[in-house]
Design a protein around this ligand. Structure first.
Ligand code: PBG
Length: 341
């Protein structure tokens, strides 16, 4: 033993940037990142989302450009959300063959195919949000009915029929992954059956398995012009419950989910770790709009270092067990990774 008496000196592995790079346990890669994108029917110009600085509601034409950029950047996927011109009680535009989300999916597939032809590299996987809240005039994730005490509630089983039709419409338009995010019981099994019956055995399901009712979706509500009054606490999960999040993931795995997701990410890293430990399919996490907005706002005030904060927040999601990370910073992070390696 040396005269200092100190045997273990973990600081040796932190000495230089070279050494730190060598021993890093986790790394980010563009191919693991998925960029969420919004396309709005009837827009002439992209519309900035004020609570998400740097993000916009796309026109069909700027969606094409944005998806092409993700393909050139080597991202793993895009997650598409549609904002229809017309909303009704059952969200019928969600399953219309020419509804805005179906149009967005076709545009994304075309844009990716064009870039793949130029670069010879695989482009992002096209994923679609499979949920009614953007399409209903009341803003809930399903169709409404009267509850046991005469209150208005979302009708689980009637909603499942709408999700099945919506998933098939998305698959017909070219979605490679459908992503039920409405937290209805049984949604994965019903969608799997419907896809298989319609000949889409090859279309995968990314289940938003442990999705918590969260104020961190606040800016997203602006992003999709949400009509919601009230909250989603009768279907999205309670922040108090970690074990229940694992159960939700188990149920989705048993129903045939090809990937499972935890959402939001940052406040639920424990749930993410738990799901990653028991899942034998890839695990995704969604760094949501409010997580984005908080770091953007603090950075804009000069209170935190923007780039370092973004990278740490995304890397923490990876460390907690996510294989796939949905983040509004996907393009920017990919660019940083490309230029700093
Ligand atoms: C439901 C859906 C929501 C988000 C993704 N899918 C909104 C909600 O559940 O209220 C939120 C994403 C975000 O906040 O970035 N279609």
């Amino acid at each position: 033993m040396s005269t200092s008496g100190i045997v273990y000196r973990p600081r040796r592995l932190r000495t230089t940037p070279r050494m730190r790079r060598l021993v890093a346990e986790h790394r980010l890669h563009a191919a693991d990142l998925v960029l969420p994108l919004f396309v709005k029917e009837g827009l002439d110009e992209p519309a900035p989302i004020s609570s998400m600085p740097g993000q916009v509601q796309h026109t069909e034409s700027t969606l094409r450009d944005a998806v092409a950029a993700t393909a050139r950047a080597g991202l793993g996927g895009v997650m598409l959300f549609g904002i229809p011109a017309l909303r009704d009680a059952t969200g019928s535009q969600a399953e219309a063959p020419d509804g805005i989300l179906q149009r967005g999916i076709r545009i994304a597939r075309e844009a990716i195919a064009a870039v793949e032809l130029q670069t010879g590299r695989p482009g992002p996987v096209v994923m679609a949000d499979t949920c009614l809240d953007e399409f209903t005039d009341h803003g809930h994730c399903g169709v409404l009915t009267d509850g046991p005490d005469g209150e208005t509630v979302v009708d689980n089983d009637a909603t499942l029929e709408r999700y099945a039709a919506m998933a098939v419409a998305q698959a017909r338009a070219g979605a490679e992954v459908v992503s039920p995010s409405g937290m209805m019981d049984g949604q994965v099994a019903v969608i799997r059956d419907a896809l298989d019956d319609a000949g889409f055995e090859h279309v995968a399901i990314l289940a938003y398995s442990a999705k918590y009712a969260s104020p961190f979706y606040g800016p997203f509500r602006e992003a999709v012009d949400s009509a919601l009054t009230g909250d989603r606490r009768t279907y999205q999960m309670d922040a108090a419950n970690g074990r229940e999040g694992l159960r939700e993931a188990d149920l989705d795995l048993a129903e045939g989910a090809d990937m499972v997701m935890v959402k939001p990410a940052g406040s639920y890293l424990d749930v993410l770790r738990g799901v990653a430990d028991r899942s034998d399919v890839p695990v995704a996490a969604y760094q949501v709009s409010g997580e984005y907005a908080m770091i953007e706002a603090a950075s804009a005030n000069g209170w935190i270092d923007r780039r370092a904060s973004i990278l740490e927040s995304v890397l923490s999601i990876r460390r907690a067990g996510a294989d796939v990370i949905l983040t509004y910073w996907a393009l920017e992070v990919a660019e940083w990774l490309r230029t700093s390696a």
